[in-house]
Design a protein around this ligand. Structure first.
Ligand SMILES: [Mn+2]
Length: 198
């Protein structure tokens, strides 16, 4: 059985200046029914930051069929005794034609619709660190030919106003981002460009 992908993905990632390892971790996968993408940024930098962001990503990887809300809860539980993380999770449900996401702390989600309208979403304040906290999950209608941009806080506001985020080719989005943004990063930087076409 051959599978035709509905979502194209391209990722730009670069560590903070002077660091070899990036504290941001991400994961994405597509099944018959849905697409999942997650991006986590461990607080602070170095190995402990990476340990936390990777722990969260591992949970999402092994629970891809779980709802966004349950995923955030599971991730939060796994962080007891570890460094906190900021986290964004996006799910596209192909059958229901809906997408849902939640972001805690400085993980941004920007959507671009077919008519090239860009919308930046405001994340929930704070971060995950094992303590119970409230957060909202946004759910909206999934339209064909939509772009989703998910990014960590190494991406600067001024870098998000560019027109190329409306491009149909996700590889060109990350390439143009790389060419037009500062080469020296003040923080770990991850920008994930996704395009859904039905
Ligand atoms: Mn960061």
């Amino acid at each position: 059985m051959s599978t035709v992908r509905k979502v194209e993905v391209s990722v730009y990632q670069k560590p903070k200046k002077g660091n070899y390892a990036c504290g941001d971790s991400y994961f994405y996968t597509e099944t018959d029914k849905e697409f999942v993408c997650a991006l986590a940024d461990g607080l602070g930098s170095g190995d402990f930051a990476k340990e936390s962001s990777q722990a969260v990503i591992d949970i999402i990887r092994s629970n891809v069929y779980t709802t966004v809300e349950q995923l955030v809860r599971k991730c939060n539980e796994a962080l007891t005794g570890k460094r906190g993380v900021v986290l964004g999770i996006l799910k596209l449900n192909f059958k229901a034609k809906m997408y849902s996401f939640s972001s805690l702390g400085n993980i941004g989600v920007m959507t671009v619709t077919k008519d090239k309208k860009k919308k930046r979403n405001i994340p929930n304040a704070g971060y995950l660190s094992g303590y119970q906290r409230s957060f909202k999950v946004t759910q909206e209608k999934l339209e064909s030919e939509m772009n989703f941009i998910m990014f960590s806080d190494g991406v600067m506001d001024k870098e998000l106003s560019r027109r190329f985020f409306t491009n149909k080719d996700v590889r060109s989005i990350t390439q143009m981002y790389e060419h037009t943004s500062d080469e020296v990063r003040q923080d770990d930087t991850t920008l994930i460009a996704m395009r859904y076409e039905d």
